[in-house]
Ligand binder design. Sequence first.
Ligand SMILES: Cc1cc2nc3c(=O)[nH]c(=O)nc-3n(C[C@H](O)[C@H](O)[C@H](O)COP(=O)(O)OP(=O)(O)OC[C@H]3O[C@@H](n4cnc5c(N)ncnc54)[C@H](O)[C@@H]3O)c2cc1C
Ligand code: SF4
Ligand code: SF4
Length: 410
Amino acid sequence: MKIRTLETVVQHGLCTGCGICESMSGRESVEMRLTSFGQIRPKVKRPIDPARLDEVLKVCPGVEITGPRPFPAGEAGVLDPVWGPIKSLHRVWASDEEIRFRAAAGGALTALGRYLLRSGEVQAVLHVAASKSEPALTDAKISTTVEDVVEGAQSRYGPAAPLVHVKALLDQGLRFAVIAKPCDIAAIRNLGRVDARVGTQIPYCLTIFCGGVPTSHTAYRIAAYHGLSPDELGLFRWRGHGWPGPTHIESKNGRSFDLSYDTTWYDPRVPWTYDIQFRCKICPDAIGELADVACPDGWVMENGKVTVQVSSCGDALCGRIVALKKPLDKHGNPKLDKDNPDPALRNRPVIGLTLFTSMKQTGNNQWEGRIYVPDDGNTYDAMVYVSGGIMKVKGCVVVLCKSKKFVRIE
Ligand SMILES: Cc1cc2nc3c(=O)[nH]c(=O)nc-3n(C[C@H](O)[C@H](O)[C@H](O)COP(=O)(O)OP(=O)(O)OC[C@H]3O[C@@H](n4cnc5c(N)ncnc54)[C@H](O)[C@@H]3O)c2cc1C
Ligand code: SF4
Ligand code: SF4
């Protein structure tokens, strides 16, 4: 099928909502608008000049994405069969503690954006941030100060059209970096094929790994769950301030609400879902192979985070924490049992804490009892299963159960 119009891109579910068509055509011809189904889409307001439309369709990532160029002979790097071309791979985070804490996953992208601006490598950073007028929505942002770059730190799980200002920045002769989703970066790479200025004026494209963009309805459903209408919202933050951090909402009259990441996305009882657009389901590059730098979430597996010493005490099973992967809090002090319901116990160190003392054997390799969880200061009904080198602990409150796996270390 030959795609000849932007409407066809949209009608066939191929639009990513990047906004580069508005940028290239001019807002008088094409305007990105939030649709009734909760995604941002181009509205063609008046016919686009045919030659210009031809260029726009060559750039639109809903129509075309070309894979990364192979490494030229002699260039360093590996071509990984899953992750594509990799020059180097690092586990990193922002050394500025404020950025690290505030950002989605350690703040590498924000720190890099800030570095590029500070060092004079670029004059601006094009990215996104929470909308000032409608905090549940997301606006394209041109940052020319480090404070502005930091304001964009966090993941926005909703529609965003980061590329609406690209042509204006090119026309102004600015040198700028783009931080955006992989499909947005695909659009920049496509633009580089029809506009030679991209090669010199956009020297850095940074991206995230991307599991897809939910509609704006999701944000509003979360707000409604807390009893807030869209016009009562003062702040809507999806995550950050801890990893992955809570969905944090503030009303204009000073009330605030937090939902854990797990509840927001994994609890089947909440009245919303991660309702991604069709285009995300057929995404050819969710890992940012076309970008210069791609930053995913660093999901550290449970094992290694906490070391629990398990032993028998009489006919029961006992367990206590003997080591933590991160034993210090953000101030550099040993982590304390600060959420304990008994104030007298809140100053005791987490290392050394008893998690369970009286797990009774109820089956082959299976114990049941109560377990104390210092993460939230609660005690849960729990089951422990041991199989081979794996111990699985399942804790339940009413009908909601969670499991954690521990690997035996000798
Ligand atoms: C919708 C979405 C889905 C994601 N899915 C996954 C996933 O499945 N697996 C995974 O490993 N990681 C995923 N991530 C990436 C992850 O959440 C972090 O953004 C990433 O690890 C970078 O963390 P950071 O701390 O370096 O970013 P930060 O320093 O917080 O900077 C984030 C940058 O991304 C930009 N940004 C945020 N939201 C958007 C958006 N909607 N559109 C364009 N730009 C945006 C911001 O402007 C900011 O510049 C997703 C992010 C988003 C927004
Ligand atoms: S993918 Fe981008 S360029 Fe293509 S129609 Fe959608 S907003 Fe426009
Ligand atoms: S999943 Fe792919 S198409 Fe969807 S927003 Fe992410 S990068 Fe774009």
